[in-house]
Write a protein that binds this ligand. Structure first.
Ligand code: PMP
Length: 282
């Protein structure tokens, strides 16, 4: 059965969904996106995703395609029309279609596109097995805080990880881990303290990162926001990544070095359970 895709005001079967070849998202990667998880027919932490969408648009001087309340109404309609109870909802805003020119076009109408992906997000075998990651230099641009659709370097890194038999990659700059290719990176110290890099233009301000940080602090688990090296991560008790689609996912080896005993640890198992238990109130 074909999905219903949203394109600039229309709900159409995916085979009929079309966007202009002059769309600046296509020509310049001049667009931003958000991915929200759906559990029990409900978008998780969606208010925070829409807030970040607004921030991404503002940072790029891009107009919103419509007020955020309308974006949300379309999101709800998409879940309904696709009968989506569990999976992902992807939304993308681009600066719109205009004759090719590096400078921003005047009067172009921003495009808004959405599609759903039905998927079991709460049950993921990787959560029991843990991920193996390799490290690669972070060669992305320096506005990683803006959630743009220019995802080629993360794709290259995921390909390299796969070719080396690993699940994903952590990116490294000036000797410190920035984040994962599509997630925020964390380590757990011997005393149970969680460490993740502080917010700046160097990383995406993860929505799941923020929620996990809050849930941890509510439970008197210490969280330090600072950079860490690959060596510190390899010597850590546990490691994990956070993202809106994978929630809390254990990392059990980095560049072939096992973290702790190389198995999924209790802290990360606990944090994943807390996140899934609390997701309903996000
Ligand atoms: N960093 C990067 C580079 C990402 O692509 C993502 C996922 N979009 C994240 C972090 C995690 O962010 P969030 O928890 O908002 O999905």
């Amino acid at each position: 059965m074909s999905r219903i895709v949203y394109v600039n005001g229309d709900y159409v079967p995916e085979e009929e969904a079309k966007i202009s070849v002059f769309d600046r998202g296509f020509l310049f990667a001049d667009g931003v996106y958000e991915v929200s998880s759906v559990i029990d027919g409900r978008l998780i932490d969606n208010g925070a995703h829409l807030e970040r969408l607004k921030r991404s648009l503002d940072e790029l001087g891009m107009d919103a395609p419509c007020p955020l309340e309308e974006v949300e109404a379309v999101q709800m309609e998409m879940l309904k029309r696709n009968d989506l109870t569990e999976g992902l909802l992807y939304l993308q805003v681009t600066r719109g279609a205009a004759d090719r020119d590096f400078n921003y076009p005047k009067g172009a109408k921003p495009s808004l596109v959405m599609f759903t992906q039905a998927k079991k997000v709460t049950e993921n075998p990787a959560a029991d097995k843990g991920l193996s990651v390799i490290t690669l230099p972070d060669l992305r641009w320096h506005r990683r805080d803006i959630k743009t659709v220019q995802l080629l370097y993360p794709s290259m890194c995921k390909e390299e990880a796969k070719a080396k038999g690993a699940d994903d990659a952590w990116l490294v700059e000036d000797g410190q881990v920035t984040e994962g290719t599509s997630n925020n990176a964390w380590i757990v110290l011997e005393d149970g303290t969680l460490v993740t890099r502080q917010l700046s233009n160097d990383i995406l301000h993860g929505i799941t990162r923020r929620a996990v940080m809050r849930f941890a602090r509510e439970r008197q688990i210490k969280v330090e926001e600072r950079p860490f090296t690959v060596e510190e991560a390899q010597d850590a008790k546990e490691a994990f990544v956070t993202s809106a689609s994978a929630f809390v996912m254990p990392v059990v080896s980095i560049d072939g070095a096992p973290i702790g005993d190389g198995k999924v640890g209790e802290t990360v198992k606990g944090l994943r359970k807390i996140y899934l238990d609390e997701a309903g109130r996000l």
